[in-house]
Each structure stands twice: as C-alpha cells, then as structure tokens.
Design a protein around this ligand. Structure first.
Ligand code: PLP
Length: 368
C-alpha cells in the first residue's frame, strides 16, 4: 500500500462541485478584482472569528508585512520571533526593515518560549508568536510580556485556523492575526491567498489601502502601498471551504486522535502537544524521535510518505547570516530540527492507511 504524506486531490474532493460552481460564477459575473466575492469572504471570515475586521491579501507573508507596516514598524526596530519554524515569519520582519530577534521554543509544543527571553528589550517593538503546526502558543505569557514592554503582538496564525486558546480563537488575541491560505493549510485555497484580522479599524483601513497601492479612493494614493490583493477566484473558493471549516477541524482532530491513541506509549516517539484549555488545529501531525533517519527509511520502504518540518532552525538559515547567530544559541530549536517528523495527514486519509502507518512505526520501535 502506498500512503502519501499529503493528497490535496482527496482532501478537496468533497467540495469539488461547489468549488467549480463558485469559480464559474466569478467568471460569468465578471467579478475579477476587489469585487463582491472578496468582500463576502472577508465578512464571513471575520464573522467566524467574532472580530470586526478582515482584510484579504495576496498571501500569508504579505499579511505579516502589512500588519507590521500598519503597526508602524520602522527600520531597525526589533521583533521577537521563534527560532524554530517556517522562515516566513522572520523573513517578513527583515522585509519591512526590522531586525528579527530569535527566541528558543518549548520542547513539547515547538512554540515560542517567551519566558526564556532574558536578553535586552531595548528597541523591541513587537512579538510574533507562531501557533506551530496548529497548536496555540502560550498567549497569556506573550500578552503579559507585550504589556510589560509596551510591544504589539501579531499572531502568525498561518498554521492554526480556528484553534482555540482558553476559549479564544487564535488570531483574535493579539493586535492582529495573520493567515495564509496556501493550498496545504487547514483552510487552503487553490493558489496563494492570505488575510489579516483585527478589532482595530485603523489597522484594517491601513492594510486595506496598503494592499491596493495605498489607495483610499479611486486614483487617490494617500499612503505607502503595493499590490497585494486577495484574488477574487481564491476568495470565492475559500468561501465554499469556509462553510465546512468546523467539520474539517473536527475531521482533522479525529485523524489525530487515531494516531494519538494508537501511538501512545511507543518507545522513543513523542506525540504532538495537547492541553485541556486549548484545541489543536492539526495543520500537520508531527512526532519527535531521536532516530529520525532510521524511521524515515523504514516508512519509505513500506511506501509511506513523511516530511521534515523544518530541518534547519530559522536562526541558522543563510539569509540571517549577518545577524551573527551560531549553532548552540537555541538548543531546543536545534534539537527539534533533528527530531521532528510529519506523518501522513490529510482529510480523506483512511483508517486502513492510518493503521498501516501505526503498524510500521510500532514494528520499528519494537526492533528498537
Ligand atoms: C508559520 C507561517 N507563516 C507564514 C507563512 C507564509 O504564508 P504564505 O506561504 O501564504 O506566504 C507560512 C506558510 O507558508 C507559515 O507556515
């Protein structure tokens, strides 16, 4: 049996007819740029988050950049970001002229460990926690640190659509929540797409204008800007999938719960984090094991796909060389880069396939 690590064709199959109809409607209505499908998606996404504003943009990276611009970042301002994860968060800080300041992460969750940050707060204007793999970061501690040090908080919610932290939906806790709808994300488009949400109308107004050439009225360009508009076809397709977001969230949790209960107690395997007061969006199902290359080989031999998210910690990426970080600076982030492994995980993965993955892993651990 060949088991892919991800299969978007299967994941999107249940919505196929509605998706084709929605895309067709954009074409027949000639609704191309910043048209009713975009507004409809923004309104629905804001409503589902019980927040006043949603601004659709071209991708998650732009959402982060635009949020920082809206919060007034200036060249040389420092922003705290996790040392483990996808490069986009820190790269976005650099792209708007800021300096990413890396922080180590918690071993169990891979999320920013704000309490481990004991360095200088001078010049730090903001904190960007990432809800890694779909599990909420420690927002109480992050919001407390932000308040103490007079910083803003942008939640990088690219991987955690609709996860909850102490009863609040992530993305609604900081000043701004930024989302990616990259096709593999839990709410995935069919190309690039992103959005930011906020309760602050001045941030939303700035972001709306910024993403449309700084335009506040037709041919009036009153502020800095670029073209980062949410595409109308992507918005229409996302609206279709948004209607099923709660059911999809539940389906991913069921898939995770199968792995959780069947892999529990496997020697040498650490399972994804959980907490009584949080829900996990399970963008990915990520285990940790010291003997990763052997497990990957065993899975490969059994026809099972897997991926490493992420093999290089962010502070050691070549693009940040000038910041002078070195190996050993963030031991937990560095260890995770050597131990994390994402198992096959997508809506449509069958119980037989999950059982096969579990059997192969169990046999591998028993051989030890
Ligand atoms: C944590 C995180 N932040 C930001 C991004 C950037 O999103 P996009 O690829 O839509 O630009 C991604 C994913 O791609 C991500 O995983």
């Amino acid at each position: 049996m060949r088991i892919p690590y991800v299969d978007l064709r299967r994941a999107n199959a249940p919505y196929q007819a509605a998706l084709l109809e929605a895309a067709g409607k954009v074409l027949t209505d000639y609704h191309y740029v910043l048209t009713p499908p975009v507004k409809a998606f923004e309104d629905a996404f804001a409503a589902q988050h019980q927040i006043s504003e949603c601004v659709g943009v071209a991708n998650g990276f732009d959402a982060l950049k635009i949020a920082m611009k809206a919060l007034g970042i200036k060249r040389g301002d420092k922003v705290l970001v996790p040392a483990f994860g996808f490069v986009a968060t820190a790269l976005a800080v650099q792209a708007v002229g800021g300096i990413p300041i890396f922080i180590d992460v918690e071993a169990h969750s891979a999320n920013m460990d704000i309490e481990s940050y004991s360095r200088n707060w001078e010049g730090v204007v903001g904190i960007i926690p990432v809800h890694q793999f779909g599990f909420p970061a420690n927002m109480d501690a992050i919001m407390k640190a932000a308040e103490t040090h007079n910083c803003w908080v942008i939640e990088d919610t690219a991987q955690a659509h609709f996860a909850t932290y102490k009863g609040k939906t992530v993305g609604t806790i900081g000043n701004v929540g930024c989302f990616s709808f990259y096709p593999t994300k839990t709410l995935g488009a069919f190309g690039d797409a992103g959005a930011l949400i906020t309760n602050h109308s001045e941030i939303a107004n700035y972001a709306r204008a910024y993403s449309n050439y700084g335009s506040t009225a037709r041919f009036e360009h009153t502020q800095e800007g670029e073209n980062s508009r949410l595409d109308a076809i992507q918005a229409a397709l996302l609206s279709v999938k948004l209607d099923f977001a709660a059911a999809d969230f539940e389906a991913r949790n069921q898939l995770a719960s199968f792995y959780n209960s069947n892999l529990k107690g496997c020697k040498g395997i650490t399972l994804p984090p959980s907490a009584a007061d949080c829900t996990h969006a399970y963008h990915l199902y990520v285990i940790q094991t010291e003997n990763r290359s052997s497990l990957i080989k065993t899975l490969e031999e059994a026809g099972i796909g897997s991926q490493i998210h992420y093999p290089t910690p962010v502070h050691l990426q070549g693009v940040f060389k000038s910041l002078d970080y070195k190996k050993g600076d963030f031991p937990i982030a560095e260890r995770l880069s050597n131990t994390v492994l994402s198992l096959p995980f997508f809506i449509g993965l069958t119980e037989a396939e999950q059982s096969e993955v579990v059997t192969v892993i169990k046999n591998w651990t028993e051989k030890g």
